[in-house]
Design a protein around this ligand. Structure first.
Ligand code: CP
Length: 302
């Protein structure tokens, strides 16, 4: 793969994405094994925002491929002494790892430095802008469940405006031929990807349940809400209007599925019974994260 800086889905050619899906499918069926061509290479994991799934799945993928990892997060690093994210990245890059996986918030200087890095980069999620590997694993989950992305109807529900998962998924799924719609409070769907007309707007949960093959529920990104919105937002009101329950999933078409990138705020966008419903693919998404990240690491390092 010629592209070694992967910050969003637009950085990947269709052929690269298809190759990652094919390889992830192979890894799912045959297991991830130590790769002689990349074994022993060093991957630095830089997590400047919190994570469970993305961090652990990158680590699992690295270890199963026989890569070595070093890890840094804000807590316990010199960021606590006032060092900037940019300088933290530049110092990690100066140690010449073979690849850096980085999760960070909005930071233009850091993004510029990543774009011109001589060390290959994979984004592990950037502020509200992008989450490329999440979109890849979500698209792969559609392929595994439906055979293809083209023609599938996906409703993304909740906080579209502040969600990097929504942004990257809208771009990737529409590019590969899915029909994407959004549903949520007006203040959470007023954003460029929706206003551009790239996706359809749905007005009620019932309408969504009747239309969708996939209900993709999102967490409200409380940490990214402006204070005015945060002070007026009611989780109870949101749950009453948009929260998904078992009965909703029961009445969807037999082959329809529920997705959620995690972490789930139980009792807000989903209740526990919906999470463990037979149509839920939430833990399958987490499993797929390891295959997709292993496939991308192999492709960039190999
Ligand atoms: N989906 C996702 O990015 O989860 P984490 O924040 O736990 O990595």
């Amino acid at each position: 793969m010629s592209q070694k800086i992967v910050l969003d889905v637009d950085d990947l050619l269709d052929s690269d994405i298809q190759a990652v899906f094919d390889r992830a499918s192979n890894l799912k069926r045959n297991g991830i094994h130590i790769s002689p061509t990349i074994r022993g290479k060093l991957v630095s994991l830089v997590f400047l925002e919190d994570s469970t799934r993305t961090r652990m799945s990158f680590e699992a993928a690295c270890m199963r491929l026989g890569l070595r990892t070093s890890f840094i997060e804000e807590s316990g690093s010199s960021i606590a002494k006032g060092e900037s994210w940019l300088d933290t990245f530049l110092n990690v890059a100066a140690m010449k790892p073979d690849l850096i996986v980085i999760r960070f918030g909005e930071d233009e200087e850091l993004e510029k430095a990543l774009r011109t890095s001589s060390v290959p980069i994979i984004s592990a999620g950037q502020g509200r802008s992008s989450h490329v590997t999440q979109a890849l694993l979500d698209a792969f989950t559609l392929i595994e469940n439906f055979g293809q992305i083209r023609g599938r109807r996906v409703v993304i529900v909740g906080d579209i405006k502040h969600s990097r998962v929504a942004t990257s998924n809208i771009r990737l799924l529409t590019r590969f031929g899915a029909e994407v719609a959004v549903l949520g409070p007006k203040e959470f769907i007023d954003c460029p990807d929706v206003n551009s007309g790239a996706v359809k707007t749905i007005n009620s949960l019932d309408e969504a349940l009747g239309w969708a093959d996939v209900m993709m529920m999102l967490r409200i990104q409380m940490e990214r809400l402006p204070s005015t919105l945060k002070s007026t937002f009611s989780t109870a009101d949101f749950n009453a209007k948009f929260g998904l329950r078992r009965a909703h999933l029961d009445k969807m078409a037999a082959k329809s599925i529920l997705m959620h990138p995690g972490p789930v705020n139980v009792g807000v966008e989903l209740d526990r019974e919906a999470m463990i419903h037979a149509k839920s693919r939430i833990l399958q998404q987490t499993e797929h994260g390891v295959y997709i990240r292993a496939a991308l690491l192999e492709r960039i390092l190999g």
